[in-house]
Design a protein around this ligand. Structure first.
Ligand SMILES: O=P(O)(O)OC[C@H]1O[C@](O)(CO)[C@@H](O)[C@@H]1O
Length: 245
């Protein structure tokens, strides 16, 4: 596991974007896995800026997102489909037909999970998967005790996850209680993984990850068994484990 220590969220966003745009430049037909949540927003802002100044092109990039709320349509303001358009896709030259996000309104959600898995396989798998981490160690929407061999599936969201994401909704009651997410097994098949961790609130999760105990109780610990993971973490998240403490 390669750990890049940065001073703050601004620097984390710059470094995250440099890694992604660097891959896109060297491999224009990259299949990229994107994440949502607050953490990657700065990275997306930097990618947009890089796209407009340095003309990094995404026209041959294929994008898969990790997850989507069940019950929200793609144009719902809180859907992850809407999030990706707003924070990245509408600002770069990626083709809308090359961006894939699970359909939160699928008539048959189990079938949708199978379709999504097939699609990832059809496109040759994910080259670089961007991840954030939840307070409880979730990656994607894979909550504690999710099998490390899981494929794209339906999850019941933990109350702590719904509470953490309630900030984007009018009230916690509006936060869907289920989502479709790539499984941990799906994520682990990505050829490379970039995990962004920022803020004091993530200190306990990062510390537990760095302790190195691989356990399904802590989903992110699966990453310890992956051969190409880069973590970009800021001083607040590293706490006393960082060089800035
Ligand atoms: O970046 P945030 O907002 O702290 O979220 C962390 C993680 O939680 C999720 O938003 C899901 O709750 C993930 O998509 C994300 O990686």
């Amino acid at each position: 596991m390669n750990i890049i220590e940065v001073e703050n969220y601004e620097e984390l966003s710059i470094v995250g974007a440099e890694i992604i745009s660097g891959r896109v430049k060297s491999q224009p037909h990259l299949t990229m896995g994107f994440a949502t949540g607050g953490t990657p927003v700065g990275t997306y802002r930097e990618l947009i800026s890089d796209h407009s100044t340095k003309k990094t092109s995404y026209k041959n990039v294929t994008a898969f997102n990790l997850d989507e709320y069940l019950g929200l349509s793609g144009d719902h303001p809180n859907s992850y489909c809407h999030f990706m358009k707003e924070h990245l896709f509408q600002h770069i030259d990626i083709h809308s037909t090359s961006t894939f996000i699970p359909n939160g309104l699928a008539e048959n959600p189990l079938e949708e999970c199978r379709r999504y898995e097939e699609l990832i396989e059809e496109k040759g798998g994910i080259d670089l998967q961007l991840l954030g981490i939840g307070f409880n160690g979730h990656i994607g929407f894979n909550e504690p005790y999710t099998s490390f061999s899981s494929r794209t599936h339906i999850v019941d969201l933990a109350l702590s996850t719904r509470k953490a994401n309630a900030r984007y909704f009018n009230s916690i009651d509006d936060v869907p209680s289920q989502a479709v997410t790539m499984g941990i097994g799906t994520i682990m098949e990505s050829r490379e993984i970039l995990l962004l961790i920022s803020g004091a609130g993530k200190q306990a999760a990062l510390s537990r990850l760095l302790d190195g105990d691989v356990n399904e109780e802590f989903p992110a610990s699966a990453l310890l068994s992956h051969s190409a993971v880069t973590i970009v973490a800021d001083a607040a998240a590293l706490g006393t484990r960082g060089r800035f403490s």
